[in-house]
Design a protein around this ligand. Structure first.
Ligand code: ADP
Length: 170
């Protein structure tokens, strides 16, 4: 392995879950530096703003010294060129992720042939976990403490209250 190699882990992280954190920790043991790249897609509606998702990730990765949180918009294949970092980390939960991830990895390689995608398997406790499912549980009043880090749990609770207040005012 080239010593100086850093790896990029991209995603929406809306919000980051224990599954995401598990992948970040695993990757941080394999590479000297992990760049967690938060996507901002103007066509997508997020529960947490870009700034909020960055802060959530900063808080939950505070103990990991080789992790940096950044944001990007546009094509990941272009962004990695700008930062000269061509290893992409993706998390795999179940076979159902595979087809989409496989397609994406090949497309990224087609767009930028220097890109290499590495898949890490999450802890089996998190195989069923997704940001959208966690949000759904929070909105329906369920307990999310086993699914997201404590700080995220607190912020998610607040956000759900704010959203329901806003909906009741309509
Ligand atoms: P997007 O789907 O918009 O890229 P996500 O934030 O949903 O962003 O996911 C980012 C990455 O994290 C993807 O590789 C995804 O497969 C992975 N991931 C999401 N949830 C989990 C989980 N529970 N365990 C492992 N990997 C996960």
């Amino acid at each position: 392995m080239k010593k100086e190699i850093s790896a990029v882990y991209s995603g929406s992280f809306d919000p980051p879950t224990n599954g995401h954190l598990d992948i970040i920790i695993r990757a941080s043991h394999l590479f000297p530096k992990i760049i967690v790249a938060v996507t901002e897609n103007i066509n997508k509606k997020y529960t947490f703003s870009l700034r909020e998702r960055i802060v959530l990730l900063q808080k939950i990765t505070k103990g990991l010294k080789n992790t940096k949180i950044v944001s990007f918009s546009g094509l990941l294949a272009d962004y990695v060129e700008q930062i000269n970092s061509f290893v992409l980390i993706r998390g795999l939960r179940a076979i159902s992720d595979f087809e989409y991830e496989f397609q994406m990895a090949l497309m990224n390689r087609k767009l930028n042939k220097k890109i290499e995608t590495i898949f890490l398997m999450t802890d089996q406790r998190y195989t069923f976990l997704s940001s959208s499912m966690v949000k759904e549980i929070a909105i329906l009043g369920g307990d999310t403490k086993d699914f997201v880090p404590k700080y995220v749990e607190k912020e998610l609770k607040k956000r759900v209250v704010d959203l329901s207040k806003r909906n009741n005012e309509k």
